[in-house]
Design a protein around this ligand. Structure first.
Ligand code: ADP
Ligand code: MG
Length: 387
């Protein structure tokens, strides 16, 4: 078998095309072959980590085509000057309801792909772009976006975004050119989102200027709706305790186990820009944030900050809520606002606290208000909360 044939064999193998069986392959070579996404998915089912879901399986061939192209490209040189590589496939825009497995599928894919790649939360990525543009402007660059987009694309061929959403006009006004540039230099983009492209930046300011970006996405990416059978995140939490008091070692261990179960990628800080301020969630992964009470309610944050937090997370793990008293009026007030924001946004809340909700704040201004918070904390513990 020549090197070129070898490369072809691998390409067919990673996509599990039925005809790969007809290629002659030595058994030891077979062992060294990369696993197909179908293999990896099947292994996770066999191990009891995943429930088989045909809607998720339907995404695998799309990812597989992208993977083949990405992995084949560097080998193309081996086939000599006459071999012209296939044109790049479209990227993937995977959208659907929460907990359907979008991030799980994307992470599985990114991990498997053997090509220069980067996976990043969309929000964090956009902040990086704005920071880069700010630097470029300071240096007097006319078109600040250009060098930033080029730097992003310099070392990678695959860019995987988790949770694309556009709520901010400053993002809305640059994503079109940014993506155009990424596509031009041959970066393949895979992204997850809770909304179809047509609903991005819905009702946003100057939306007409944003529409070409939607058209660009539709042209360059396969738009796929992941209509999976269940909200698996909800299933994971269903029936499990979500409020732990007192916040002792057992409570901490239980919360640690929940955190490990929900987190799929290494946690990173998530910085939310609110009215020019930075609100930092120090540990964030796959929609789940874990934060001590004092970090969130012991700082001078207000309703806009808590709304931004509630919008950015699906699950909040809030640790070490203390017994609050008259002297903690500010903390108690912020806690009330935080719980209201999480409640309205239907965020899943996991709490370790010094005491049961009704005994967290019993003396001081606003104890009457706090009764509603306690009641909400109860309601948010119910099994069907957030569905
Ligand atoms: N088929 C499945 N069986 C069991 N658990 C799953 C399945 N698909 C996803 N999960 C788990 O459910 C949780 C939510 O999945 P995730 O990919 O984060 O959803 P989404 O990104 O669509 O909101 C994750 O912990 C994930 O590992
Ligand atoms: Mg997700």
């Amino acid at each position: 078998m020549t090197v070129a044939e070898n490369a072809v064999g691998v390409a067919d193998r990673v996509c599990a095309h039925p005809d790969w069986l007809f290629l002659w392959v030595a058994p030891d070579y077979l062992d060294a072959m990369p696993k197909t996404l179908e293999d990896i998915y099947a292994e996770k089912i066999a191990a009891g980590d995943l429930t088989r879901d045909p809607a998720q399986e339907a995404v695998l061939p799309i990812l597989c085509d992208i993977r083949t192209w990405l992995e084949e490209a560097p080998k193309r040189g081996l086939r000599g000057l006459f071999a012209k590589g296939p044109p790049p496939p479209k990227g993937l825009y995977l959208w659907g309801g929460v907990g359907r497995g979008k991030s799980m599928l994307m992470d599985m894919f990114v991990e498997a792909v053997d090509a220069p790649k980067r996976r990043v939360h969309f929000h964090a990525f956009m902040q990086e772009i704005h920071a880069g543009m700010h630097e470029a402007r300071k240096k007097g660059v006319d078109d600040a976006l250009k060098p930033v987009a080029e730097a992003v694309a310099a070392d990678i061929r695959l860019l995987a975004f988790d949770e694309m959403q556009i709520t901010d006009i400053t993002d809305a006004m640059i994503v079109g050119r940014l993506f155009q540039r990424l596509f031009e230099v041959g970066v393949l983009v895979v992204t997850t989102s809770n909304r179809p492209p047509d609903d991005l930046y819905k009702d946003g300011l100057n939306r007409a200027l944003f529409v070409p970006f939607i058209e660009l996405l539709k042209e360059r990416m396969v738009i796929h709706h992941l209509a999976a059978e269940a909200d698996y995140r909800q299933d994971k939490l269903a029936g499990s305790q979500t409020y732990f008091a007192p916040a002792n070692a057992a409570a901490r261990a239980a919360v640690q186990a929940i955190w490990e179960d929900l987190v799929t990628a290494p946690p990173e800080p998530l910085t939310l820009k609110v009215k020019g301020r930075d609100v930092v969630l120090p540990k964030f992964s796959n929609g789940v944030a874990r934060v001590p009470f004092w970090d969130l309610c012991g700082k001078p944050l207000g309703p806009a900050d808590y709304l931004a937090v509630a919008e950015a997370v699906r699950v909040l793990i809030l640790e070490d809520v203390p017994n609050l008293s008259r002297s903690n009026y500010n903390e108690a007030k912020r806690f009330v606002i935080l719980i209201d924001a999480l409640y309205e946004a239907k965020v899943r809340l996991i709490v370790t606290a010094a005491d049961i909700p009704e005994r967290l704040y019993v003396e001081g201004e606003g104890t009457f208000e706090f009764e509603r918070t306690a009641s909400r904390l109860r309601e948010m513990q119910s099994e069907d909360w957030g569905t």
